[in-house]
Every structure is written in C-alpha cells, then in structure tokens.
Design a binder for this molecule. Sequence first.
Ligand code: BGC
Length: 764
Amino acid sequence: MYQIMRLKLKITPLLLLLCVFLITTNCVNQNSKIQLGTHSNQEVIAAMTLEEKVQLLVGDDPGFPRGYPSMFGGDDTLFMTQPPVVGKTEKLVPGAAGTTFGIPRLGIPAIVLADGPAGVRIDPHRADTSKTYFATAFPIESLLACTWDTALVREVGATMGKEALEYGVDILLAPALNIHRNPLGGRNFEYYSEDPVISGRMAAAMVKGVQSNGVGTSIKHFAANNNETNRMSINAMVSEETLREIYLKGFEIAVKESAPWTVMSAYNKINGTYSAENPWLLDSVLRDQWGFDGFVMTDWFAGRNRIEQVKAGNDLLMPGSKYVASQIKAAVEKGELDEKTVDRNIDRILKVIKRTPKFKKYQYNDNPDLKQHAAVALQAATEGMVLLKNEDKTLPLKETAEKIGAFGIGTFETIAVGTGSGNVNMAYTTSIQQGLENLGYEIPVNLIEAYKNHVIAEKKRIGEKKSYFDPDVMLNEMDWSKHALEAVASVCDVGLFTISRTSGEFADRKIEGDFELTAIEKNMIEKLAKAFHAANKKLVVLLNIGGVIETASWKEDADAILLAWQPGQEAGNAVAQILSGKVSPSGKLTMSFPVKYADVPSSEYFPDPTLDPKEVNYEEGSLVGYRHYSANQIETSYEFGFGLSYTDFEYNDLTLIPSEGNKFNIELTVTNAGAEKGREVVQLYVQVEGEKMIQLKHFSKTALLQPGESTTLQFEITPEDLASYDSEQAEWKTDAGEYAILIGSSSEKVRLTTTLRLEKEQTL
Ligand code: BGC
C-alpha cells in the first residue's frame, strides 16, 4: 500500500508535466498554423509572443562593433548587446542598410531595406563568389529635379526599382526630399530643390516609378532635416506656418500623390521634440491629415527614447538591437507601454510586409539589366544638366574643334555621386575625358599623363578613408604655369576646366574652398581665360558638383559654363553629348545661385559646426531661396528656374478661363523660334496682391520641339495653389483678392502675365 502511494505520488507530477506539455505544444501547433496572408493581421498578432512582437518592432540587429553610433552623434548605450553600424548589414543582401526581423513560424519573412536616392546601395562583392553585384549610379536628385520632367524621373524610379527587385531588396530608402535651405547643406545633392512643389512632385514621380515594380519606398527625412551639423540631436526651431508651407509641403504632396509604402522620420528635433517621438508629426499630420497608410521607420540609430517612438507611431526602429527590443518588452511588462500600441504598430508593419517581393516569394535573379539601366541614367543626366552661360554660341563645340585643352581633376576623375548612404557601388564612372574621347575629341596626352600622376600623388598624400561613410577629402587642384597654359592653348581648339566638389552625410560644407573656389581654382580660371583668349579661343567651365557654389566672381572669365552636377556613372558621355550638340541642354535650376554666401536668407542662422550648436533657428521663415530673392529684390548670379538652350522659345496666347470650384484653366503656346531642336521648361508663379514674393505652383516641360514647332501647355489653378497657412486658426485658407499669374522661363524672366480674382475668402 505504502509502495502504491509512493508510486502515485511519483506519477502525479509526471502526469501533470505531461498535460502541461501536451497543452502548450497544442497551442504552439495551433499558432504555428497561423500564417501571415492566410490569416488576418489580428490573428497573426494574437499568435505572437511578446518577445516576437518587440523583435518585429525593431530591425534585425546587424551586429556590428560597438562605438559606431557615437561616431555620428548617436547613443552607444542603446546598442549594448550587439551594437550595429550605420546602414549596413551582412544579412540576406550584403551591404543593404538593414533588414527586419523574420518570424518564419508565422510566415513573416525578414525584408530588406537598402539605400538610396541615386541607386541601390549594396556591396558589389561577396565572400565565396567571383560574381559581382554592381548597381547603377543614376544622377543625383538635384540633377534629376533640374530636368523638370516628372515622366523621366518616374522612368528613373521604375528602373531603379527594377534593380532593387532583382537584387532582392524590398524597400528602397529613397527618395529624399528635404529642402535646400542653405547651399552648405552636406546632403543637398540627395535632395531636389529649395522649392517644396518641385520637391514633392519629383518625389511623387520617383515613388510611383519605384513602386510600379512592387518594391516599396521610404520618403525621407521627415522633417526639417536640413543640415548635417549635430544632425542627431539638433533642435530645429521653426514656426508651424513655415513648416506647413515649406518643410512639410513636399512630403504632403508626395504622400497624397504617390502613397509611399513607408516614411523615414528624421534625426533632429522639431521645436523641442524628436521627429521620431512626435505624435503631432507622425499621427496628426502624416496619418490623420494627409491619409498616409504605410509604416514609419526611424533613421538609423535615431532619437533617444524608444518607448516614446513606439507611442508616437514610429512603427519600426532601425537598425534594431536586442537591447532596444528588451527595453520595449520591459516597458510593456511594467505597464509603461500599452501592448495595444505595440500591436497597432505591428499591424502597420505587417500590412507593408504583405506587399513585398519577399512575402510574395519573388525569385530575384541577381542579374538586373545594367546596360539598359545605364542608358536610362545617361538620358536623365543629359536632361538635367544646366547651361548657365554661352557667350557667342561657344557651345555646341564647332565641328572643327577637335582638340580640347582639358584641365581640372574632375575632367579625369569625374565625381558620379556624393558620399555616405547617398553613394552607390557602381561598376564604373565614365570620366569627362573618356566621354569626350568616345565622341572622337582629342585631349593632349601630356595633360592626361600629368593629371594621372597628380591624382596618384594626391591620393597618397590624403591616405585611405577610415570608414566607407567618411566624407571624401577633396584632392588639391593642380596649378599650371602661365607659360604651360599658353603652350596648350596654341595647339588646342578650345579650353576646358572642370571644378568638382563632393560632400555627404555627417558634415556640412564650408564656405571657403568649397562654396567659394579655392585659390588655385580661381587662378587657374583666370590664367586659362587669358591664355585661350589670347590665342583667340574659348574657355568652357564645367561644374561637376553636388551643391551650389559661388559663380559671380569668376563667371566673366568663362565663355560657357555647363552645370553638369554629379551626373551618375555615365557622367562623361552625358557631358560630351551636350558639349557636342547631340543633345540641346534643357535643364533649369531648381535652386538659386546667389552672388555671395551672405545673400542666402539662412546664412546667419545656419549651424556653425565649430560652435557645437544645440539649436538651429529658422528665422528666415518661409523666405527660402527665390522666395527671399524675389521678395527683397536681391540679385542672384543665376536665378531659380534659369537655364539656357541651344535654341530659343517664344511664349504666346495666354488664356485664363475660370471653371467650377474656384478653379482656373490656363493655356499658352510655346514655339521653338530658334534653329536647333530643343525642349523648354515653362514655370507658373503666383504673386499675391501687394506682395513682391513669387511662388512656383506649376511647371511643364515640352516635348522635343523642332525649329518652328509649337505646342500648347495647360495648367489648372486650384484654391489649394493659392492658399497660405494660418497658424492661429490651424487651417489653410485662400484670401479674397487678386493674384498675378506669371508665366516665366525662369523666376526672373516672366514672359506672360495675367490676373485672377477671388471674390470670397475660402477655408480649405
Ligand atoms: C541616413 C539615411 C539612410 C540610413 C541607412 C542614415 O545614416 O541618414 O538616409 O537611409 O543611414 O543607411
């Protein structure tokens, strides 16, 4: 009996254990049958453990050495366990910026996020294979905007998206559309314009193009991320009116026109609150007012308070770490964070995951059509270069101009795109020298040799970059004696000098030697002009740059100036097509080139890195770029909207017809009145009664017009176009009164005008 009792006592705990085991495995089995896609998101979320939930909220920790975040002003303590690096993972697609956390038992794949604005940024080489994974370097966004051609930008997006798809990328971390508030902004090359309408419409075109492949986008950096100095913590002090009219407007247009899958919040604070922790920005404005229905992700390592980010509707925290996940889990367990909030964010992430190629099990081929993509990059590059000066028809080069006296490092080492996450690992960059040679032009061998040796010596002097993410150090330009230049001028048909600049993440540009030319560059232009003009020959200056530079002090010396930007990997071929006249330039500026830095409206308030600023004041308000120059009648070196062509255009027959809902239809005729074929960019500005400031509202680029050919352009003006933001009432409203409609070939060259009248004030 006693023995039976002992046996029973032994069996009971065993039986209990068995029951518990059976019940739990049954539960897990039940749950493991739950799959994303076949079950609702709610069912999938209900089947997740808290551990899984918090892991999905943060990216899949890429596991990089500690100390990386602090190098960029981030917080190392947030990455205690396996601290990662900015924008780089070895998982799934090596060199992509990051991945999300996969939960295979619920059918949730890890998805791949990769930069960026000028092309897919992934590693070109992988361990254990000789196969390469180069990506196409398209022109930088500033150049793309200068095409003013949304159809073309959409095509660039479609091509970039196709490349992302075939390399296994689910979301492209692009386009970036912060405003060019100041020419010193280190990442301006990644952005479109100083104007929000251009920025928004270009971004929308890019989003539509990329997403036409079933690949997502992340429009970034939301918002008021206009400088690199102390970018991870700086507090942008900016009024709501200015935010709404300038810094949020482009995002609003892009969200409403193109429904991007995701938005990347910015590093900086806005009026005291981190963008990523800001429910007003992410919930009220973005979701409630604009109807955004995707998910928001942080920029890499952004912000300080992870719990506030989750609460604010910053759904995904990138690049993710186990420590951050554990922080969120602890907050839920302690009741500091409602699990429902976690579920809400997960639901948004899952909705997007369900659209991805990874979820749809798309079999990518790792073999995109790089040749065809290069052709698109080339076409875009030629369409966005801006001819700034062309005295006596210096360009296109005469057929007899065969030998080019080419100077400047950029002629031989042309810069395709900027640095940091806006960089691309491309297979090649065609230099300007190669592009010219491809079209049969000749550059004296001694020049080629001299620059080759100079570049080798300069690179040796500067040494290797410590990290891929470090900004490039500019090589010192080569100085030539007057005598040597005269010798070259005597045997060449035309002179050419290239000025190059590069910049990128983590640092803004400097005034001296960057915005302004270096002493050697200034001297070289002066000496070249003298030598070539004395030999009765012309001097062409090429600008291979990513941001605005000073041009007023030296432009007189040049006979022609072509703003080639950083034109992507087909740089040289694109330049050669314009110089030779195969393509007539049709790009126009989407930013102003001021006479001097002090003229820039934010020049006094732009953060000075030497002062370690905690705050940046947007004192100039909405008067950014040409808005300021027009309002205060300040002369620029090259105004917003400016760009020459090899042909001329006439504007005629402007009509304005009111239509229902306080709208107005505008029509005009543009005629190619010159002797070459070409395309014209027509800009529609609005000027409110009694104001000097003008505002771009619409634009259109004609098709290629043959000499003598005309085309009709139409625009529709809506009450939204005429509205301004009233921060007291917290609403957009259109005042009664007169509005001048200025049709310009630039912001200063107004060709046709008309006026419309609104009888009544209207709240929108
Ligand atoms: C940049 C983002 C980029 C991310 C991932 C950050 O440093 O600000 O634009 O998408 O890195 O590489």
